[in-house]
Design a protein around this ligand. Structure first.
Ligand code: PA5
Ligand code: MN
Length: 182
């Protein structure tokens, strides 16, 4: 009898089940300097966001869900650190799963643009574009699915410092406010 194998992973409602699951957690201590003003009321060990990854040996493609917790840092919306890809020839696909937020994109000329993220939104990110995701709610976690290739060769964080995002997002009276850096 031919038996069907179980899938590599089951990804439902922003939750992944898989034998191949790996977790990456970013705490406030590692992220605070990326916000405009350090917030002394947030403890260093606060988990800001989590990345649940499914990585399979000898497989070119990888899958992850990023969960960005609903937190404000002196009114500024919680966000990922952001990166360029190690190999700028390889891009990535993001898909909004739950919550609401924004995707900041910085191109090779240093121009920052913003796309709305919501359940079902799809984002094609070119390899040469730096990207960061922002949770614009202080109540609900923002979850995004990510699909990318091993050929992206990891995260280029240095390039992000050389070519930073020029827009920050705040929550004011429950409404998101986009501010241009001066
Ligand atoms: O592959 C991606 O772009 C995502 O999975 C990100 O790594 C994730 O959203 C976390 O962001 P960062 O890599 O900036 O910590
Ligand atoms: Mn990426």
């Amino acid at each position: 009898m031919i038996k069907m194998k179980k899938p590599t992973a089951v990804s439902l409602n922003g939750q992944i089940e898989s034998d191949l699951l790996k977790k990456r957690v970013k705490k406030y201590a590692d992220l605070k300097n990326f916000f405009e003003i350090v917030d002394e009321n947030i403890s260093d060990d606060t988990v800001m966001y989590e990345v649940d990854m499914v990585l399979k040996e000898n497989c070119d493609m990888q899958y992850a869900i990023t969960t960005i917790h609903p937190l404000l840092v002196n009114g500024q919306c919680n966000m990922t650190q952001g990166h360029f890809h190690g190999d700028k020839d390889f891009g990535e696909i993001y898909q909004g799963i739950s919550g609401k937020g924004a995707l900041l994109l910085v191109d090779k000329e240093g121009n920052t643009t913003v796309e709305k993220v919501f359940p079902g939104s799809v984002h094609l990110i070119e390899g040469y574009v730096g990207h960061r995701t922002v949770n614009t709610s202080d109540e609900e976690a923002l979850k995004i699915g990510c699909y990318w290739s091993k050929h992206t060769k990891g995260y280029n964080r240095q390039a992000m410092l050389d070519c930073p995002f020029t827009i920050n997002i705040y929550l004011e009276n429950g409404k998101e406010k986009l501010k241009q850096n001066v």
